[in-house]
Every structure is written in structure tokens, then in C-alpha cells.
Write a new protein. Structure first.
Length: 272
């Protein structure tokens, strides 16, 4: 990191060095430094800003690099900072709201002013697990389309999607340009427009393959969404998406109405 990359104080570095000091006392030095950095990140630095190197911070605050590493590590765990291999440490991007309505990733990213891209990781025609077969209304032993894709926005990997699709309703699906919006393809090629879905959300640690695709460490927290979508009352898609927990959050509006006591299908909580 260049010496020009500083945590900027409100009225200059000299003032911050006078006000924000790490001193000997009952509070551990790494905790003091962590709060100094937290104030700068939360009040002064825009998302994606570089912070000084460990060496610079150690010199500035008169502490060891181990103390600096401990302070930064805690802020990384909290999602305020993000390490980029070979480049340094940056203030984390603000989390995007994951909208709980039926919209394609492509349309959602474009609505946010971002450029979506899709990498097709794998495709196949195979017999799905029992839970997916049941969700799609398939009898035992009937094959479905299997599609795994990596979704990016402005070049940043955000989500891994692993989905099953009803082959009888989407013949030739795997021969289409699957780097495009899948919902647009379903509408154009099959006149299928998903209009209803059941979605389940849970948290999960990234396994090795998902972490590799997202450029993260194994065990990193992820938000997982399993969506079973129907078009005209017929199930078409059973897709599970693993979203980066450092880029997304979910907000819901709650009220005191009594939930519908009718039957709700159990579509979530099952890996792939």
C-alpha cells in the first residue's frame, strides 16, 4: 500500500494523531486501535477505500504489527473491512438489500445500475435428488436439467446458483445461451413466465467449491436462498443460490397478522 493511502481524519492527520492515540492502560491496544479504525471507516471512508498497510499503522500508532493485524482481523470479521489478496485491505462495500420478490438476478443488478455477467459453470441432464424431484412434480427416476452458474455484478462475484429445471417443460434448455437472463430465456423460448415462488432463506458456511467460485475462504458466511418457482401453476425451477454475506442483507416488514394456517410446502433447507 502506498504511503499516500491514509485513514483520513476530519481536520488532518496531525489532529487525529493527537486525539486518537493508543496508550498503555486497562483496554488492550488492539481493542483501542480497532475502535480508532472503526470510527474512520464508519464516518470518513467511502466503500472500497484502501486503508494504510500494517507497517504504516504500526508506525503511526506506536504498536506492533501483530496488534494491527488483530485489530484489522476483527473488523474484517465484522464486515467493515475486506482483504483483497495481493492488493491490501479496503473498506467493505455497503451491503445490498436482497429483494424478496420474483425478479431475475440480471434485472435486479441492472435496476441497481450495475452490469451483470454470468459464467456457466456446468450443465447436465440427470436424475435430481428426491427433494428436487418432488418440488418439480417429477416421478422417481425422471431426469431434469441441472444448471450451475456464477453471477457477477461489475465484475465482482456475488452468487453461485445451482438449479434444477423441469425438462419436459423446457426441452433444449441447456442448448440456449445461458449467460443471459434465464427468466428471459424461459419467456422467449417456452412462453414460461414464473409468476409464483416459495422461497426459504438460511445461513451457511461456504464449502470449498462455493468459496473457490466466489473468491472467498472456505467457511465464510453466506446467505442461502432456495426458490421453487412456478409458471401458470406448474413448477418449473428449483434453484438454490449462495450469496456473499459481506455484500448482502435482507430486510423484511413484519406485522401482527396471523399467518395463513393453510398448507405450505416444505421447499427449503436442503443442500443442492
Amino acid at each position: 500500500m502506498s504511503a499516500a493511502a491514509h485513514v483520513p481524519p476530519p481536520d488532518g492527520v496531525d489532529r487525529v494523531d493527537r486525539v486518537d492515540r493508543v496508550i498503555n492502560g486497562p483496554t488492550p491496544k488492539h481493542a483501542q486501535l480497532r475502535e480508532i479504525l472503526r470510527r474512520s471507516v464508519e464516518r470518513e471512508l467511502p466503500p472500497g477505500s484502501p486503508i494504510p498497510s500494517e507497517r504504516e499503522l504500526a508506525q503511526r500508532y506506536g504498536v506492533s504489527r501483530l496488534t494491527v493485524r488483530s485489530a484489522i482481523g476483527k473488523l474484517v470479521e465484522e464486515g467493515l473491512l475486506a482483504r483483497v489478496r495481493g492488493k491490501g485491505t479496503f473498506t467493505a462495500a455497503r451491503r445490498m438489500e436482497l429483494q424478496l420478490y420474483l425478479m431475475s438476478f440480471t434485472d435486479d443488478m441492472r435496476r441497481r445500475g450495475l452490469t451483470p455477467t454470468t459464467e456457466v459453470v456446468s450443465t447436465s441432464l440427470e436424475v435430481p435428488p428426491v427433494t428436487s424431484a418432488h418440488a418439480l412434480g417429477l416421478t422417481e427416476g425422471v431426469a431434469a436439467h441441472r444448471l450451475v452458474r456464477l453471477r457477477r455484478a461489475d465484475g465482482v462475484p456475488l452468487a453461485v446458483e445451482r438449479g434444477w429445471y423441469h425438462a419436459g417443460r423446457t426441452p433444449g434448455l441447456l442448448d440456449l445461451d445461458l449467460t443471459r437472463s434465464l427468466y428471459a430465456q424461459l419467456a422467449d423460448a417456452y412462453d414460461l413466465r414464473p409468476d409464483q415462488a416459495y422461497q426459504t432463506v438460511w445461513a451457511e458456511s461456504a464449502d470449498r467449491e462455493t468459496a473457490r467460485l466466489l473468491g472467498m475462504r472456505t467457511g465464510t458466511p453466506l446467505l442461502v436462498f432456495r426458490r421453487v418457482s412456478s409458471a401458470g401453476g406448474e413448477p418449473v425451477e428449483d434453484m438454490t443460490s449462495w450469496y456473499r454475506g459481506d455484500h448482502y442483507q435482507v430486510t423484511m416488514q413484519l406485522d401482527r397478522n396471523t399467518p395463513d394456517s393453510g398448507h405450505q410446502p416444505h421447499h427449503g433447507g436442503t443442500r443442492r
